[in-house]
Design a protein around this ligand. Sequence first.
Ligand SMILES: [Fe+2]
Ligand SMILES: [Fe+2]
Length: 350
Amino acid sequence: MSSRIERLVGVPGNAQDFWATVDCISAWLALPAEELDDSLSEVDRVQTVSAVRAINAAAASDPNAFFAQQKLLARIYDLTIRIPNQPTAEGSVALHEVTRLLETATLAAENKFIPDGLLDQAPTDGKAYLSWLKTMARQHRVFKHSYYNEFIHDHAGVEDLRTYILQESVVDGRFDDLLAMMQVGTSGPAKMEIATNFWDEMGNGNPAEVHTTLFNKIFEVFQITDEELDRVLTANALLSGNLAVMLCRYRHLYAEAVGFLGMTEWLVPDRFKSVVSAWERLGLPDVGIVYHRLHITIDSVHAAGWFHNIVAPAAGTESMRRGIARGTLWRLNSSARYLDERLAGSTQPA
Ligand SMILES: [Fe+2]
Ligand SMILES: [Fe+2]
């Protein structure tokens, strides 16, 4: 190992300084994977693991640690969802160890929000299972959350809408890639449903109507840059994006991805009606609201197709039933905490 590389690679020192750990591991990401692994000793690896474990241990009760945990995971995921123009640490064994620690802790925390025994109640019949899932969603406090129904609908100003869009970018801004990742290994009606949904995302072949292109029009209206995005995303917005990427990238989390994305689509129409009415109330440029207007209708079609062609047929298998329900609950619970955070951070109505 060369001393030049040793100097390039820092290792977390004080495990209780969470942001120093985040900065240190973030600096690894731009290094070629092999160089990074070659330069880390066993002792370095052990030290790094304990620093990441320290963040995970504190995340449940310390908002600062939770923020650090999600920030680091989001930065690592950038390697998975963006094509780089320079070497990255994507294939590093040491980085993979860090990633798995962050991922398993993130999911363990989400599982704590699921009441004991709830997943055992899932009906085995497809139709009954679907209505059980929907009832669970309708009875959840996130359904008709006052952030959308009252704040966005009646009170939000231009700055509030701008902030809202910034935070939403982690899911809406890459929904097509999430679908592309989660469809690997599927077949039959499930694959056809994901393909139909994906083709809609592609504007049915019209580049000007690609959904992420339409979403980015709002970024133009509000003059939002990548640099600003990296700076302002909150812990719970980062969590939403991280959960989406995590569930879609792993085949063993396919069922959870089905539940998570299906519930995301199902909640959209009602929420976006509030966004559209706020946009119109504020007289903002029409070009910026095409995405939301379109999704009021298209996502109710997507959710119906998803439920009918993917969710209901899968209900015959216990692991699918439990996985889809788990993913659904992860979406409902994390979305509720995210909206609480948004509401608390919003300017209050005059
Ligand atoms: Fe879409
Ligand atoms: Fe959709």
